[in-house]
Every structure is written in structure tokens, then in C-alpha cells.
Write a protein that binds this ligand. Structure first.
Ligand code: DLL
Length: 435
């Protein structure tokens, strides 16, 4: 079994990939123009027709699509195929506003499964593996996407869904799961539970994990790798562009390769919309060039990252994106300072007695923001003296101050007092929005 799922595509010379993208883009723009009146109107308003889009060099001429458009067009306004040619619907969790629904033809599902198969193969998966999928199944794309990829690779697939953590571990032991797929916060929780059950990584057969759907830091990666005895790989995607598998990490564990035969990536300045040169940090924009039912052109993801074409040691030529450094709409502005939850997580994971379980609580008293962070202490710390605990709180406060330039009130809380997540973790409670 090779180390690539589709070597021809994954290692395709740049020029050839560009040519493939040029052809697919031109055809996709025509498909959208002919079948999606909502987007056609946007193009007309910008004075662009399919004839203007001959290659990826013309991409910047197209208008952006945003989540607001998806909500306005809900549910069928961006559908590009008759409903009776669609075979599946998925949806976002809808935590921030109205749900977004995405449609798939069978061809769309096949291509999506293929993207996930590339991710599983890049994490070392072969048909001899037992792939344990603890992402949620249902409208969320995590379970279905990795399930499809796992089938394609030929792994023995365990569609566990999330929850009932002790049973997850029992199954891992009984059935010899070798690859775990779930959110990083759930992987951390599984690691914690394993320890509580009196077990060690040697009692399970896991060798790799494919974790995504939420931001996680390098420190969290190391923590999970240690607690489960695995190599942890990142995977990225969003419901609007199919789900997981838009980009995946390889053995280099240094950025995620974007499946460029299906998605064209751009980085733009989130304020001006201007396309930024390679290597710049900005908002990721995707154009899906193979999707039939729900093809989005220049969709603004709100995820902030950097693209790189530096040669990767794995041999893949697909462009790489860094881990999203936060979302432009997740970013908190506290006392005028931009704060990403991942910055807090990095600080905590660098302090041995703190745990990655934290919650940021932001409020406003009068015109002043309050900034509090609840941090769980580790079990062994719990029996320490008040003085040691106070010193820990001070260290966290100082480290956060040196990174952000503002002070947070640190409240150390008992082990296990912050609710654990089986899906995406809730890291921020911004009470200012409730007013
Ligand atoms: O989270 C799809 C997915 C499922 C990806 C399983 C990976 C694994 P949505 O629920 O639509 O789809 O959320 C998409 O989640 O815009 C990012 O902000 C965030 N996200 C996804 N993957 C990562 C990642 C799925 N690896 C939104 N790192 C995206 C950081 C991620 N954030």
C-alpha cells in the first residue's frame, strides 16, 4: 500500500494542476451561471459573465459569497442541480445564527469520500486498519465524511459517533481500533478517561488520530499524542464546501495540504477583500470547482491562515494551509485588544500544572470589558497549598499579559468542573452579546 491515495493528483506538477484548475473553474462558473440565479445576479451586478473567467488568473473578478448569502438563499437558493439528483443534505450546527444547509449529488459524495480517503492514507491508514469514528454522525459532516473515506480506503470502519466515552474505550480494546477520528477536544477527553480507567496507551492499539473541526494548538497535539500513544494529524473542512477533507495533514505534521483538484484557495484581506500575495496571513476563500449540487464560488470562510507552496518533505505538491489561527468572527476584542482563544490555550499548555480545560468569560461593567479565564488545575495540584495555587494563577496571568498586553482575572477551578465536549468545545462565553 503506497503512502498516497492518489499520487497522480497529490504530487502533480504545479503547472499541470493549474491547467486542471483553469479548465474546471471555467466549466464551474458556466454551471453556476446557468443554474443559480442568485449568483448569476451577483455576477451581473459586478459586470462579469462566464466569458470573462478563462483561468484562475481571472478568479478575482468574481464576487465573494458570504455566510449571509447562504442564509438569505436558504434553503434552495444556491442549489445548482434539480433536487431529485441530490442524495444527501448536511447542515452546520447553527450555533451562530441560522443553519446553513449543503446538498450533495452522488458524484459530490464520491469526490468528498475521496478527499477523506487521502487524509486517512496520509495518516498511515490502509485496508488493514480499524478506523474508529467518534465524530458526530447526523447532519454534522464529521462522521459521514470520515466514514466515507474509511470505506474507500477499505479500513474496517467503526461508526461510533461521539459520547459514552468508556464504551468507546471498551470498543477500542475489544476491536483493536488503530485510527481514531474525532474532534481534538474529544480526543483529549478520551485520553483523560483512559487514564481514569486505570489504563495506559499500551492497553489500546491506536497508532494515529485524525482530528479537526475546531482550532487546536501544537501544545494540545503533543498532549493528545502522549495521552493516547499516537501520532495526531489535523484535518480541515467546512460544511459549505462538503465537510472534512478540504485539507489534510501529512507525515510532516506541518500544515495541511489543500485538495486543489477540487478547491481553489485564496487569501484575502478580511477588511478590504483584496487578494494577498502568498505567505500573507488573511482570510481563506474557497472556490469549489468540482461540486455539482452546491458549488460555491469565492466563499469567504472567515478562517484566518497562511498558504504556503514551500516544498513538502512528503512529496505532495498540493498547496499547504497553516492551522487556522482563529476565525475573523471568533476573534474577541477585549479592551480593544484582539484575542484568539488559541493564544490562551497555548499559554496554558506550556504550564505543566494547568490543564487545557478552560473557559473564557467576557462581560462588560459600565463601559469597561471584564476578562476572566476559568482554568482547571490538574488532580495532583488540587491537594497543593494555597500558596502554590496562588503562584500558579499569578504565572498564568503574567504569561497571558506578556502575550496579549492585557490582564485577565484567573480563576483556578477544580478538576472536572468545566463541562467536557464530545463535539466542538465551547471555549468562550461572551456575555456582552446578550445585552
Ligand atoms: O467542522 C467539518 C469538519 C468535520 C472538519 C470534521 C474537520 C473534521 P463545520 O461544522 O461547518 O464543518 O465548521 C467549519 O470549523 O470554518 C473552521 O472554523 C473550523 N474548523 C474545521 N476544521 C478545523 C481545523 C466542520 N482543523 C469550521 N482547525 C471551519 C481549526 C477548524 N478549525
Amino acid at each position: 500500500m503506497g503512502k498516497y491515495w492518489n499520487e497522480e493528483i497529490e504530487c502533480m506538477p504545479r503547472e499541470q494542476m493549474k491547467k486542471l484548475q483553469d479548465e474546471r473553474l471555467a466549466a464551474q462558473v458556466k454551471h453556476v451561471w446557468d443554474n443559480v440565479p442568485y449568483y448569476r445576479k451577483m455576477m451581473e451586478e459586478k459586470g462579469v459573465t462566464p466569458d470573462d473567467i478563462k483561468s484562475t488568473d481571472d478568479l478575482h473578478k468574481l464576487p465573494f459569497l458570504t455566510k449571509a448569502d447562504l442564509r438569505e438563499a436558504y434553503p434552495y437558493g444556491l442549489l445548482a442541480k434539480p433536487l431529485d439528483e441530490c442524495v444527501r443534505i448536511h447542515s452546520t450546527s447553527g450555533t451562530t445564527g441560522k443553519r446553513v444547509v449543503a446538498f450533495y449529488t452522488q458524484h459530490d459524495i464520491d469526490l468528498w469520500d475521496d478527499c477523506c480517503a487521502r487524509a486517512i492514507t496520509a495518516a498511515g491508514g490502509t485496508k488493514s486498519d480499524v478506523c474508529h469514528i467518534a465524530y458526530g454522525f447526523g447532519l454534522f459532516t464529521g462522521g459521514a465524511g470520515l466514514n466515507g473515506g474509511s470505506h474507500k480506503v477499505g479500513c474496517l470502519t467503526l461508526p461510533m459517533s461521539s459520547g459514552n466515552t468508556e464504551r468507546q474505550i471498551q470498543f477500542m480494546q475489544d476491536l483493536g481500533s488503530t485510527i481514531l477520528c474525532c474532534t481534538p477536544s474529544y480526543a483529549a477527553y478520551i485520553g483523560e478517561t483512559l487514564k481514569e480507567m486505570g489504563l495506559t496507551p499500551d492497553d489500546i492499539k491506536l497508532k494515529a488520530g485524525i482530528f479537526g473541526a475546531e482550532p487546536w494548538t501544537e501544545e494540545m497535539r503533543r498532549e493528545i499524542e502522549k495521552s493516547l500513544g499516537i501520532k495526531a494529524y489535523d484535518i480541515y473542512g467546512l460544511t459549505e464546501t462538503s465537510g472534512p477533507g478540504v485539507a489534510f495533514e501529512c507525515e510532516a505534521q506541518h500544515g495541511m495540504h489543500i485538495n486543489e483538484d477540487n478547491f481553489i484557495a485564496e487569501i484575502i484581506d478580511p477588511d478590504t477583500g483584496e487578494v494577498l500575495p502568498e505567505g500573507s496571513k488573511g482570510e481563506l476563500v474557497f472556490t469549489s470547482i468540482t461540486k455539482e449540487a452546491f458549488p460555491l464560488l469565492r466563499y469567504r470562510t472567515r478562517d484566518i491562515c497562511i498558504l504556503s507552496r514551500e516544498k513538502c518533505s512528503c512529496g505532495r505538491t498540493l498547496v499547504k494551509m497553516t492551522k487556522p489561527m482563529g476565525r475573523s468572527d471568533d476573534m474577541l476584542i477585549i479592551k480593544g485588544v484582539n484575542v484568539f482563544p488559541s493564544q490562551i490555550e497555548s499559554v496554558l499548555l506550556n504550564i505543566s500544572k494547568a490543564t487545557p480545560n478552560y473557559q473564557i468569560i467576557v462581560d462588560r461593567v459600565g463601559t469597561t470589558d471584564t476578562f476572566e479565564i476559568l482554568v482547571e488545575i490538574s488532580d495532583d495540584m488540587f491537594s497543593d497549598t494555597v500558596k502554590t495555587i496562588e503562584e500558579l494563577a499569578k504565572k498564568i496571568s503574567n504569561d497571558i499579559h506578556s502575550i496579549l498586553g492585557i490582564r485577565a482575572k484567573i480563576k483556578l477551578v477544580e478538576p472536572k468542573s468545566i463541562p467536557r465536549s464530545e463535539g466542538k468545545a465551547v471555549r468562550v462565553i461572551d456575555k456582552r452579546k446578550l445585552v
